[in-house]
Design a protein around this ligand. Structure first.
Ligand code: HEM
Length: 476
């Protein structure tokens, strides 16, 4: 009995000591840091979802005012917040080789969602990014404009049908973006009813991803404090972030149909199917013309792009473009593409509805560029005021408020004696920087004219799409 009590007490003491050390992590490392007290309020806000994440992030950012970087602890996990634009630029671009991954070296292989380019690490990520980059080139996007225009016309029709009654803009934009991405990624026409069932299934899955069930939410909280434990627990409980079987079946049917009939469509799914065949046979599928290696793909092999790290291998020993990873990437594009784009569009409509002078100017530009014709890729480039309005919307209402990188090798922060250790996580709070008076005068004002002369905005300050080799695909 005495031994058991002793062991129990010793274990509790060790755990308490570990947690205490975690809270004082940055203090002990000699870094500037925010309060070392356990922040229960942050966890409560996260669980109850009663305070936007951006406000919590800004509070941490403001606490470190006057420092180029500083540490904070979320639950029990230490993060190093970068506040200085030059350091940010070094980490994301110049010294990318030290910071190429987002996540810890945790095997998430049991979860289909983690087989995608956002979550992949190291050589896997480089190879897949290298292969997928040309899919987002302006040439490819140009070929998809007709599909986007169709979805746009459908959304306009919906507004006209409902005219006279209030429109739920968030819902309208979500449905519109979902159709655009569904059409360009999967080749499914969600609006016509052809993809009716698929639309329902995919929407349910995206919903469970962004509004997870309580048990999954708890594992997220656990992940903030004990990422490895969370991963093992999720594996043990066989918890998936959704129920991908039905979605996978829809996708697998679509792949099989294309392989069987030789039907080709100008979408991302097709390009990934071609990559799958390339890996399987080292040449194109019978009846399918060999894929041309584009200039972008060739350019994407230089050492400079990877911050001095090795460029990706042209071939990979394992098969990467399996049905599972095609599904994971397609789902990623569908979820991340739909959510971030519809969020920006909804906020843009909100801003121009309360800033009617901006709305009038925008309408005049659209009328003069389109002159009653349909939208083409060429006219998009002439909509320069529209560009500024979108840029300003993304400054004020950025959908992804943080950029995260995991340190791969010990890294000395230039101009200081501080070392970021391998395995530590650095964070850039883009939403907080976009609202920082130091960089944007009168930051809460919606003013597209800020983007008339982008030279006035320093590097590493305005980052709606991130920066460096890991920046967003959607920004091309
Ligand atoms: C307004 C719309 C969008 C915004 C604001 C946005 C923002 C971002 C941000 C901030 C990142 C992280 C970048 C970094 O860590 O440096 C990211 C990554 C990514 N985004 Fe987007 N995004 C948008 C639309 C899209 C669309 C439409 C797609 C694809 C269909 C997409 C696909 C991706 C992918 C695949 C990544 C991961 C890239 C990698 O790790 O290599 N995004 N996005």
């Amino acid at each position: 009995m005495v031994i058991i009590t002793f062991v129990l007490c010793a274990t509790i003491c060790c755990i308490c000591k570990y947690l205490y050390d975690q809270l004082r992590y940055w203090h002990n490392r000699g870094f500037p840091c925010v309060s070392t007290k356990f922040n229960l309020r942050q966890m409560k806000c996260f669980l109850l979802r009663n305070k936007p994440q951006e406000i919590l992030l800004k509070e941490t950012y403001d606490e470190l005012e006057g420092h180029k970087f500083g540490g904070y602890v979320s639950l029990f996990t230490p993060y190093l917040l970068l506040r200085d634009p030059e350091i940010i630029n070094n980490v994301l671009v110049r010294d990318f080789g030290y910071f190429e991954d987002r996540f810890l070296d945790i095997e998430d292989k049991n979860d289909t969602f983690f087989e995608n380019v956002f979550a992949m690490r190291g050589q896997h990520w480089r190879y897949v990014r290298h292969k997928l980059t040309p899919l987002f080139s302006s040439n490819k996007v140009r070929l998809m404009v007709d599909q986007v225009v169709n979805c746009c016309n459908y959304a306009i029709g919906r507004v006209e049908r409902d005219s006279g009654s209030p429109t739920d803009v968030e819902n309208l934009m979500a449905s519109y973006c979902f159709s655009v991405v569904g059409s360009t990624v999967f080749g499914l026409d969600f609006d016509s009813g052809e993809g009716g069932d698929a639309k329902k299934v995919f929407l349910q899955m995206i919903d469970s991803f962004f509004k997870p069930k309580f048990l999954i939410l708890m594992t997220y909280v656990l992940r903030m404090g004990f990422p490895r434990l969370e991963c093992y627990l999720r594996k043990f409980l066989r918890l998936e972030l959704g129920t991908p079987e039905t979605c996978m079946r829809i996708l697998a049917d679509s792949i099989k149909m294309r392989e069987r009939t030789g039907y080709r469509r100008n979408d991302f799914l097709q390009l990934m199917i071609d990559l799958k065949h390339e890996e399987e046979t080292n040449e194109s599928h019978p009846g399918v013309p060999k894929r041309k290696i584009s200039e972008e793909e060739q350019d994407y092999s230089s050492k400079e792009i990877f911050g001095g790290a090795d460029p990706p291998a042209q071939n990979f020993p394992e098969k990467i473009f399996t049905d599972v990873s095609i599904f994971a990437n397609s789902f990623l594009f569908l979820s991340i593409g739909t959510n971030s784009t519809s969020c920006v569009l909804s906020f843009m409509l909100y801003e121009i509805s309360i800033n009617t002078d901006i709305q009038d100017r925008l309408r005049k530009e659209i009328d003069s560029v389109l002159a009653g014709e349909n939208i083409t890729f060429e006219c998009l480039k002439q909509l320069t005021y529209m560009d500024k309005v979108i840029a300003e919307t993304m400054r004020l209402h950025i959908p992804t408020g943080t950029l995260v990188r995991n340190c791969k090798h010990d890294y000395k922060i230039p101009g200081t004696d501080k070392i970021v250790k391998r395995g530590e996580t650095v964070v850039v709070m883009t939403s907080a920087m976009h609202h920082d008076q130091q960089y944007f005068q009168n930051p809460e004002k919606f003013d597209p004219e800020r983007f008339s002369d982008v030279r006035g905005i320093s590097k590493g300050v305005y980052l709606p799409f991130g920066c460096g080799p890991r920046m967003c695909f959607g920004s091309y």
